[in-house]
Write a protein that binds this ligand. Structure first.
Ligand code: SAM
Length: 281
């Protein structure tokens, strides 16, 4: 299959799935490979035949959607973001929780792939932050649409390539080696994984911290981004933090959030006082 044909097909099909071509430009190779495999599996000669097949078999749209799920993730992805979470955001959220006499910080990792992102948070918390915050626990819920990714997440074992950005001390504290694999230590697996389509449901909140990176705001059409982000933001605790991908932009539904001091890609929901003030004027 020629790349140009595959790109043409994707440009036609993605909007039907609520997805946008711009997000897929860099990962088109992966989707084209899956498409090629799929039409061979169906005994079809080419993409034109596959296009006709999809038109006649509506359930195939579900297969197409599955082929457009991008599994890329890694531990400590975007180190500047995790450095800000460690230095500024989590300590501030913890102080707020303690001031409210709460014993738990709640976090949601949305579109979590195979668990690299929520486990990074858990590792950072347990190894670097929790010792100074006795009496406060971090509860992490992580969701993804894809059952295969979630199975891998629950197993919690990874190749070295997924962990290479983790600082040395975290690496040493967090994993047990098992052959070629690095497995997250049991004590650090404090993550609840749930299968959810973020277009249809979001976990019960509210959350002090939500990570919604490299999925909704990269791959979804703007109208879908708007709707989904409205529901995501509604799950934030007043004063809570939202983290998006470094190369992503919040749609207008995120207009009520302020940027978190100098941190890139981190936003803060208005505090209770600000919410009260704006509804009173
Ligand atoms: C590129 S990964 C992002 C992983 C992680 N957030 C990160 O930044 O490293 C995108 C993930 O979004 C998930 N995803 C795609 N569509 C989804 C949907 N409608 N609901 C929930 N998860 C979805 C995919 O299954 C995939 O695991």
């Amino acid at each position: 299959m020629k790349t140009v044909e595959c790109v043409e097909f994707m440009q036609e099909a993605l909007p039907e799935l609520g997805l946008r071509w711009a997000g897929f430009r860099k990962v088109r190779g992966l989707v084209c490979k899956r498409l090629g495999k799929r039409f061979a599996e169906l005994g079809l000669a080419d993409l034109a035949a596959y296009r006709a097949y999809v038109a006649l078999h509506p359930p195939e749209w579900h297969k197409l959607e599955e082929m457009c799920r991008i599994p890329i993730s890694r531990f400590y992805r975007d180190r500047a973001v995790f450095a800000s979470l460690e230095r500024d955001v989590l300590p501030a959220l913890a102080a707020e929780a303690v001031a409210q006499d709460r014993h738990e910080l709640r976090c949601w990792s949305a579109c979590c792939a195979s668990g690299e992102e929520p486990y990074t948070l858990s590792i950072l918390w347990h190894v670097r932050l929790a010792p100074a915050l006795p009496g406060l626990t971090l509860r992490i819920v992580a969701t993804d649409i894809d059952p295969a990714m979630l199975r891998r997440a629950r197993i919690g074992c990874y190749l070295a390539s997924s962990t290479k950005e983790l600082p040395e001390d975290l690496m040493r504290a967090a994993f047990d080696r098992s052959g070629e694999q690095y497995c997250v230590r049991t004590a650090l697996r404090t993550v609840d994984f749930l299968q959810q389509d973020i277009r249809e449901s979001v976990p019960d909140g509210p959350f002090d911290l939500i990570l919604c990176r490299n999925a909704v705001l990269t791959y979804f059409l703007l109208a879908e981004q708007q709707q989904v982000m409205k529901r995501v933001i509604a799950r934030l605790e007043p004063g809570g933090a939202l983290v998006i991908g470094l190369h992503e932009t919040l749609p207008p539904s995120g207009a009520g959030l302020a940027t978190w001091s100098n941190a890139r890609a981190i936003y803060r929901a208005p505090s209770v006082a600000a919410t009260w003030f704006s509804s009173a004027v």
